[in-house]
Write a protein that binds this ligand. Structure first.
Ligand SMILES: Nc1ncnc2c1ncn2[C@@H]1O[C@H](COP(=O)(O)OP(=O)(O)OP(=O)(O)O)[C@@H](O)[C@H]1O
Length: 306
């Protein structure tokens, strides 16, 4: 069982604290979404896990060991940090072969990961001819090369078309189901909600939340029921008796805050009010995230300027 463990991790660049006393664990077997506004410290944290930068204090380990001490690290940790990192003059396949050779990864893995990432034929073309989405796929291919237990991807959906986005979602799910540890940063809330089981949320280098996606949303967004009826007055009266309020919207639908669809449906039925639509709105990750980051802006001191 290989976890990523971040323990009291702090990174300062001059007087700017990019990562501030951060502690969290990313366990295997689930997809952990890594969220936070621009500059929150996500990439810095990933760089520290990969030993590409030294922490000012604290530690970041993989399976209890610092990345730098792992023999043939690609076999343990696969990462995509910067999809532009590959040499433009090499073919995708050669780029992967060089990486494979330096980590004693068998050559056959190169063709396997090219196939797996949909680059089978493009592998023989020079990287400079690749689209942003193809570079992204090549970066993911490199991350998977060593069949690692830990996969860390920074904004993997960048540049991918809708089919690519569905593909990455399926890939992340499979990697987690195989028992791997999967940490994925993203700016896209709907996308993160679609692939992540769990969230680690940063704000100004600090941990704001470390919680399952469902709980994250449930704790911050009041569930609402959306209804349409041919008799709003009768429905309003029936709901008011049970302490519910209805709000009207310009397109003719109504919302009932803090309510469950089952209850509203039952009340309407008991009152003999016809319903034309009844939908539960449990809230989105975006709503919950904006609520959290708004609270964070309100309750924390202004950031230190470098
Ligand atoms: N090499 C560096 N030198 C100086 N400051 C840096 C360096 N790397 C990152 N920073 C600063 O650290 C903070 C965190 O940046 P980081 O890139 O980790 O955030 P992020 O959450 O990944 O943001 P984004 O979502 O925009 O990628 C920012 O204020 C950034 O300007």
């Amino acid at each position: 069982m290989t976890s990523i463990d971040v323990q009291n991790l702090t990174k300062e660049y001059g007087t700017r604290r990019a990562v501030d006393d951060l502690t969290f664990r990313v366990p295997p077997g689930r997809v952990t979404g890594f969220l936070g506004p621009n500059g929150a410290g996500k990439s810095t944290t990933m760089r520290l896990v990969l030993g590409l930068d030294r922490p000012t204090s604290g530690s970041a380990t993989v399976g209890g060991r610092a990345y730098a001490t792992l023999p043939e690290p690609l076999r343990h940790v696969g990462a995509l940090l910067d999809a532009q990192a590959a040499h433009g003059s090499r073919t995708g396949r050669n780029h992967l072969r060089v990486l494979a050779a330096s980590n004693r990864v068998p050559d056959r893995r190169v063709d396997e990961v090219l196939e797996e990432t949909g680059l089978g034929t493009a592998g023989r073309r020079r990287v400079r001819t690749y689209s942003l989405g193809m570079r992204q796929r090549l970066g993911i291919a490199a991350a998977l090369l060593g069949d690692p237990e830990v996969v860390m991807l920074d904004e993997p959906s960048n540049g991918l078309d809708p089919e690519g986005i569905v593909w990455i979602r399926t890939l992340l799910r499979r990697l987690a189901d195989e028992g791997r540890t999967v940490l994925v940063s993203s700016h896209l809330m709907n996308e993160t909600a679609a692939f992540a089981d769990h969230l680690v949320v940063l704000g100004r280098g600090r941990l704001l939340a470390d919680t399952p996606v469902r709980e994250f949303i449930r704790a911050r967004v009041r569930p609402t029921v959306r209804v349409r009826t041919s008799d709003p007055a009768a429905l309003g009266a029936a709901l008011a008796q049970e302490g519910h309020e209805m709000a009207e919207h310009p397109d003719g639908h109504w919302t009932v805050p803090d309510a469950r669809a089952d209850d509203i449906g039952r009340l309407a039925s008991a009152a003999g009010v016809p319903l034309l639509e009844l939908t539960a709105d449990e809230g989105t990750l975006e709503q919950a995230y904006l609520d959290l980051t708004a609270a964070e802006t309100e309750f924390t001191a202004p950031p230190q300027e470098a």
